[in-house]
Design a protein around this ligand. Structure first.
Ligand code: ACK
Length: 217
């Protein structure tokens, strides 16, 4: 098929429709704005600034990174391990170009990144590569744990960091760290995991249409 004849993309993933991108960005901005004003956040401000007395404007602190998407396979134009095998996967070939509904179940913030956790369905897991969790050193988390949407990165931070930050929080949870419950917000419950790691578990997941496709850049 045509997919084999083309050179490989930078990555495959689900791309949010532009109309919902704005909605998700707004939700994320509102969350950052609220987080910024919380006493609990101010108490741990030095996680972000390195200095206790400095202020931080989270909306300025994070920079948006291109179109909103959930990466499935990072191919690096074929240079990444397993890139070619991924394109030969039946589900990848058959579902290329189809529409999906992604469920965003949490928002998270660290001094490096802000992102949304994506909870994948069984069908969506067919498009998930074999090993992205293991590649990141998280061997005991369920497949799909790394699925996320990068909403912003701090200066000099690459978007690959967002998935690693998510895995770090999920690993703490798996090790039995409950985190420090902070408060019930309109969107859900906010928990602090130390070292500037904040997780907002959404009361109602955000469902958003997305197209499974690839990005060449
Ligand atoms: O925000 P992301 O998921 O993190 O989307 C971008 C996309 O590929 C283009 O850069 C992701 N990405 C970059 N490097 C890697 C990597 N080594 N493993 C997995 N995902 C990666 C990045």
């Amino acid at each position: 098929g045509p997919l084999e004849e083309m050179s490989l993309p930078l990555f495959f993933g689900w791309f949010l429709l532009s109309s919902v991108q704005d909605k998700v960005r707004c939700t994320s901005m509102d969350f950052l704005k609220t987080l910024d004003t919380l006493e609990a956040f101010k108490k741990h401000l030095s996680d972000f600034t390195g200095k206790a007395e400095k202020e931080v404007d989270l909306e300025q602190y994070f920079q948006a990174k291109g179109t909103l998407h959930c990466t499935t396979k990072f191919c690096d134009y074929g240079k990444a391990p397993g890139a070619k095998q991924y394109t030969q996967n039946t589900a990848v070939k058959e579902l290329y170009g189809s529409a999906f509904e992604l469920s965003l179940s949490a928002l998270f913030v660290t001094p490096r990144t802000v992102g949304a956790r994506v909870s994948l369905t069984e069908e969506q897991l067919l498009l998930w590569p074999a090993d992205p969790e293991e590649e990141a050193g998280s061997t005991s988390l369920p497949r799909g744990s790394r699925a996320h949407i990068t909403l912003g990165c701090a200066e000099h931070v690459e978007p690959v960091q967002t998935g690693l930050d998510l895995l770090e929080i999920l690993t703490l949870q798996q090790e039995g760290q409950q985190g420090e419950p902070i408060e019930e917000m309109e969107l859900g419950s906010l928990t602090y995991y130390g070292e500037g790691r904040w997780l907002l578990t959404l009361r109602e997941p955000i469902c958003t249409p997305a197209c499974f496709s690839s990005f060449y850049g």
